[in-house]
Design a protein around this ligand. Sequence first.
Ligand code: FES
Ligand SMILES: [Fe+2]
Length: 395
Amino acid sequence: MQKAEQIRVLKGLMQHLDDGTNVDAGGQVRNPMSSYTCSDLAVREWQVFFQEYPQLLGLSADLPTNGSFFTSSELGKPILCTRDEEGEFHAFFNVCRHRGTIVESEARGEKSLFNCPFHAWGYNHSGELIAVPKEQQFGPVDRSCHSLIALPAVEKHGLLWVSASPESEFDIDALLGDLGDELAAWNLDAAVRHGSTTYKTDMNWKLAIDTFGETYHFNVLHKDSLAADFYGNVQLYDTYGRNHRMSLCLKNIDTLRQLPEDQWHVLLGSAPVYYLFPNIQMVMTPGGPILVRVYPEGPNPHRSFSEITFYLHPKIEIPGLSKVEDVEAFLTERMEGFASVIQTEDYVAAASSHEGAVAGIQEYATFGRNEPALHHYHNTYREALGMSPLEVISN
Ligand code: FES
Ligand SMILES: [Fe+2]
C-alpha cells in the first residue's frame, strides 16, 4: 500500500474512533437464505466462478526456484503448476497424455522432469513430452500433440493466477484495476512460504467468505481472542471493481497518535484484508500475508474447505519487537493464532448459520449498514450470475 493511502486509512480509522462511528453502506439489505442452500445456484457458481473465472492458486513464493512445482485439486481437476528453467510460471492439467494417469502426485517440490508413474513418459516444466520409453516397440509418438494440456496462467504482483478452462482468456490488470498498483507496492514477490493448513467445514463456501465481511462481531464472537488487539465495529472499506479492501482497526493505533506521521506504517494501526473475487481473502500482518482460499466441494452447497497459507515477508519496524528474542517465531505464532481463531470461532459460527439456513426457518439474512463488504460480495456474486441486486430495506 502506498504511503499516502496508509496515512489516509489510519486517519480515517482514528476519525471513526474519535466520532464513535463506523463505515456506512447507506442502508440494510436482505440476502435470501437460499443463496447458501440452493443446489442449482451451487452448480452455476461452480461453473462460472471455479471452472471459468481466473483463480488465485498461490503466491510466487509457492514456486520459489526454477524447477519447482506444486499440484492442486481445489478446482475439481488435477492441476500441475511449475516454474521453468527461465523462471516462467506455467499451469497444466496434471494428466498424462498416454493413458490419463496423474503425472505428479507430490504436493510440492523441485524436479528436473515429471515422469508419469505408469510407463514413465516424461514431461519438462514447459509441459513438453520429452521422453517415451521403448518407443521402438511402442511405436512413434508425435511429441508436438502430446504435451500436457496447458492452462491460462499469469504471474503478477507476486500472485499466481490460473484458469481451469484451457480455452479461456483473462486480463489480470483489468480485473484488479487500481488495486494492482497497491498490491505491487506490498512486494509480495519477496514473500517466503512458511506453511499451510486446511479447514473443512459443513457449510456453504460463501458463509466462510462472509466471516471476513464485517467487524461488527469482534467484541462478541472474538471477545476472548481478537478483541484484545482489535477495536470491533470500526473499519474502513474500499472497493476496486469486484474486489475490495477492508481495513480493520488495531488497538495499537492509539500509539501511532503519539508518533510523527513519517513513522506511521499501516500495519501498526490496521490489518488490511483484501478480497479478490470470487473466493480469496488475504490478511496483511506484520509477519507477512495470510492467504485464505475458500472452495466449495464441487457443486455441493453444503460442504466447503479453506486452504490457509502463511507467508513470511521482510519485516517492518514494530515498536517493542526488538525485545523479542526470536522475532520469526513470535510473528508466525501470531499469524497461526489468527488463523486458529478463524477455525475455532468464525467457522463455527458460520457453520451454525448454515444449519439455520438448511432448517429453512427464515427467508433471509440481514446485512447492516456497518457491513458494506457483505453487500458488495453478494451483489457482485449475483451480478456475475446475471441475478438482480439484493433488496435494500432502509436508507
Ligand atoms: S499413462 Fe502415463 S506413461 Fe502411461
Ligand atoms: Fe471473525
